[in-house]
Design a protein around this ligand. Sequence first.
Ligand code: NDP
Length: 289
Amino acid sequence: MSQETNYKAELVGVFGHPVAENPTIVMQEAAFQALNLNWRYLTIEVYPQDLADAVKGLRAFNMRGINLTIPHKVEILKYLDEIAEDAKLMGAVNTVRREGDKLIGENTDGKGFLRALRDDARLNPAGKRAVILGAGGAARAITVELALAGAAQITVVNRSVERGQTLANLLKQKTPAAAEFVPWDDTYKIPTGTDILVNATSIGLFPEVTARPDIDYDSITAAMTVCDVIPNPPHTPFLKEAEARGATTLDGLGMLVYQGAIGFKMWTGLNAPIEVMRQALAQAFGQSV
Ligand code: NDP
């Protein structure tokens, strides 16, 4: 056996329940292979009552990090040594990284969105006005990152009043952005002067592929950047309507790839092969790219 022999793989993965359909393994494993890294991404079923033990296992196995999905994103906060500022504001962690013995909680969902905005739409959100449809986990992550990146005004439009109001209050009280809540009880008209419009609801997600948010599509202008969080299928009816009005568009597949790429960098310290990851995910979703 030569001195360089090392059969030990570095381990990362995801804890969730249900977790069998989580596609993240596809893009992370493709990235490890592309960079010739002896790393493995494990898709692990963890029941809600077992999360504490699972985190002990993560420490005992010297895993390099973990993703969290339903229902663990909030509960995980109790078991970590440190939480990044943005994840603390969101109250949710989707990625844990390790620094020595410390487990540090991060949230890459909103960061992935910001990177897509900056790198693909060439838009700096500082001073911009944003309208977000939805007030769930994705909307929370996106609006907090937009606010921290200096967005001037954030309008949260949501069906459930309580959820929408709570998010707008959080933004108003804990970030420098001006925020307001608008109840979504009728066809919503996008205000003049909006720079960024985001569908952060689950409307349009497979298999509801023909569904689209109830907004006045003629209020979208060519000056707007219109984004959808739906990764599958990425070319949603919402984005098609925006394209038809000349708007710049960003799809949810890009956001998903970038949030995974940010996690990859946190774990390995290396820049992620974005295109390899995008192709792998698109293929898993049955999309041609
Ligand atoms: P949540 O369940 O936390 O929130 C869902 C949101 O959608 C709520 O605001 C809900 O409104 C709204 N909504 C759902 N159905 C309707 C409807 N028929 N009419 C009006 N509003 C509706 O989900 P998440 O925020 O976690 O996820 C939302 C979407 O984002 C999912 O499709 C998910 O796949 C996607 N996502 C994409 C990511 C990416 O990287 N591309 C990352 C994370 C999520 P109400 O409060 O009234 O119920």
